[in-house]
Design a protein around this ligand. Structure first.
Ligand code: ASP
Length: 414
């Protein structure tokens, strides 16, 4: 067992490689793995709301005064906004340089593809909520319902609000006891996550094998046209450059070794990749930050849950590239004002997207509508969306984790 936990990174990586190979070689067996993958995700999802509530509450209570909460809050906000904006900018620059889909736009081929893919996915228009709904989610009218329905933003808001209220009360023995109690439950939840993580190699294997098997069975990989390949390459390049140069550079600037930190966060990144969900990965992200990267609990428990919900650098890059790609495919040239609109809406969409699979695709409908493109355009990118979702989610979690580490590096040690 000790050998297993010590070498978990290796086992996790192997499970992805074997999962991929299994999906390619035995696609017909992969549907039977569906339940295994699903049960693993359910185990993680089960822990999301408790982990958010207790980690945020213990994070705020451990800050001991509201001025450190304000300081960390402002820094977190600045980091999230700056990195998301940089991500969108990078996406826009890359898509202008590589110009995927431009030739098809000239030849009018996109209309055909739009028709051809009509059955591939339902029209997601109408599912997207827009900024009003994001605000409504932040302030739910019923906390029990918010928690029951998995409303992460509302749960975060309520936990911080309650934590601040407790900090304001005159210090007394019952508050100290409460803080210890919250900390104890949180430690117990972290123990549960640790145990779930031991099952991760099986979960990752099943998830990847089923996904790849599905692709192979449907023969979807072969439907990739040239333009879609370039689109995929542009998004992947953006994610890679952002992860290595922008985020790696920021880490170095704050004297954090990105390579060692990458190793510490490896299970969380692989989980993000396999589940395509920042929220489902949150329990693992917190565990890695605290136990493997040494980020103090009071910082990680505040910064990571917020990040999993609102800080999505990978999604931001993808939104920017995808919208311009769709415009190119449709032969529409975006004016400078429209590009500025793409910049703004892509930033807001990345904040508003939930940390669940496919959320970015739904938010894209919003951007398309804002710049006057048909919402149907998402069908042009649906085929590769799941694969890109996995990669952008890993980038999202990488961004959240670096944020937690650099904010921790600026806080006094105690
Ligand atoms: N799946 C992503 C996440 O959970 C969101 C997205 O679809 O871009 O971070």
């Amino acid at each position: 067992m000790k050998f297993y936990t010590k070498n978990l990174n290796g086992f996790l990586f192997a499970s992805i490689v074997f999962g991929f190979a299994f999906g390619v070689i035995f696609p017909e067996f992969t549907p039977s793995l569906k339940l295994t993958g699903e049960l693993f995700i359910r185990l993680l999802t089960l822990l999301i709301i408790p982990v958010i509530f207790f980690s945020m509450l213990s994070g705020v209570l451990n800050l001991q005064d509201s001025s450190s909460l304000a300081r960390i809050g402002v820094r977190t906000f600045l980091y999230y906004t700056a990195t998301t904006a940089l991500a969108v900018l990078l996406g826009l620059v890359l898509v202008r340089v590589i110009q995927p889909g431009l030739e098809e736009g000239k030849s009018g081929a996109a209309a055909e593809i739009l028709q051809g893919s009509a059955e591939t996915g339902g029209d997601p228009a109408g599912v997207s909520g827009g900024i009003d709904d994001v605000l409504r989610n932040i302030i739910p009218d019923n906390i029990v319902e918010a928690m029951a329905s998995g409303n992460v933003l509302g749960t975060i808001f309520f936990s911080i609000f309650l934590g601040i209220a407790l900090l304001q009360l005159p210090p007394n023995a019952s508050i100290t006891a409460l803080r210890d109690g919250v900390q104890t439950i949180f430690s117990a939840i972290i123990w549960m996550i640790d145990k779930v993580m031991l099952l991760a190699p099986i979960g990752f294997f099943a998830l990847i094998a089923e996904l790849v098997g599905g692709f192979v069975l449907e023969g979807q990989l072969r439907t990739l046209g040239d333009s879609l390949v370039w689109y995929t390459v542009t998004v992947m390049l953006g994610l890679l450059l952002h992860g290595i140069i922008t985020l790696g550079g920021i880490a170095l600037f704050f004297r954090i070794n990105p390579l060692t930190f990458f190793q510490a966060m490896f299970p969380a990144l692989l989980s993000a990749f396999s589940t395509a969900s920042s929220s489902a990965t949150l329990p693992i992200t917190l565990d890695c930050l605290e136990r493997r990267a040494g980020v103090p609990n009071r910082i990680s428990s505040f910064v990571a849950p917020l990040g999993a919900t609102i800080n999505m650098d990978g999604t931001a890059i993808y939104e920017a590239v995808a919208v311009v790609f769709i415009a190119n495919m449709l032969g529409v040239e975006l004016s400078l004002t429209e590009q500025a609109l793409v910049f703004l809406t892509a930033t807001v969409s990345a904040v508003g997207a939930a940390g669940i699979p496919g959320a970015g695709l739904i938010m894209m409908v919003l951007i398309l509508q804002t710049v006057g493109l048909p919402p149907d355009g998402v069908k042009l990118v649906i085929v590769v969306d799941r694969a890109l979702d996995m990669l952008r989610t890993a980038t999202n979690v990488w961004g959240d984790s670096i944020g937690a580490a650099i904010i921790a590096s600026k806080e006094p040690k105690r």
